[in-house]
Design a binder for this molecule. Structure first.
Ligand SMILES: Nc1ncnc2c1ncn2[C@@H]1O[C@H](COP(=O)(O)OP(=O)(O)OP(=O)(O)O)[C@@H](O)[C@H]1O
Length: 141
C-alpha cells in the first residue's frame, strides 16, 4: 500500500516535471528561441553565413553526385553548431569582460580554434567524399 502510494506520488512528481517539459507548446517556444539564436548568428556573423552556404553547396553536390550524404551533413552540422557556440561565447565574454583581459582572449581564441578544427575536418570529409565523384564527372569518366 505504502509502496503503491509512493509510486503514485513519484509518478505525480514525474508527470508534473516531465509533463511541462514535454508539452508541445513549451517545446515549440524553446525551438523559437533556438531559431532566434540561429537567425542572430546568420545576421551578425559573416563566417556563419559563409559556412551555411558552403554547407548547402556541399550537400547539393553530394546529392547530385550520389555521394554519401550522412558524413557531409554531419561535418556541416558540426561546423555550424560550433560557430553558434563560438558566437554565444563571444557574447558572454563581451558581457563579462568588456575590457581587454588575457582570460577573455584565451576563451575567444579557444572557441575560434574549435571552429577552425571542425572546419578543417569538414574540408577533409568534403574532399574525401566529393573529390572522387566530382573528378569523375569533370573528367567525363
Ligand atoms: N575582451 C578581450 N580581451 C582580450 N582579448 C580580446 C577581447 N576581445 C577580443 N579579444 C581578442 O580579439 C580577437 C577577436 O575578437 P572578436 O570579439 O572581434 O572576435 P572575432 O574573431 O572578430 O569574431 P567575429 O568576427 O566572429 O565577431 C579574439 O580572438 C581575441 O584574441
Amino acid at each position: 500500500m505504502a509502496g503503491r502510494r509512493g509510486r503514485a506520488a513519484r509518478r505525480n512528481l514525474t508527470v508534473r516535471s516531465d509533463g511541462s517539459a514535454l508539452s508541445l507548446k513549451r517545446w515549440w517556444r524553446s525551438a523559437g528561441f533556438a531559431w532566434a539564436g540561429v537567425r542572430h548568428a546568420y545576421r551578425s556573423q559573416a563566417n556563419f553565413r559563409i559556412e551555411v552556404w558552403a554547407g548547402a553547396l556541399a550537400l547539393t553536390l553530394a546529392a547530385v553526385l550520389r555521394a554519401p550524404l550522412a558524413p557531409v551533413a554531419l561535418a556541416c552540422a558540426l561546423v555550424l553548431a560550433l560557430e553558434l557556440v563560438n558566437t554565444a561565447l563571444e557574447a558572454v565574454v563581451d558581457l563579462a569582460s568588456p575590457e581587454l583581459h588575457p582570460l577573455a582572449r584565451v576563451a575567444k581564441d579557444a572557441a575560434a580554434g574549435a571552429v577552425l578544427v571542425a572546419a578543417s575536418g569538414a574540408l577533409v570529409v568534403g574532399l574525401a567524399m566529393l573529390g572522387p565523384p566530382l573528378w569523375g564527372w569533370v573528367s567525363g569518366r
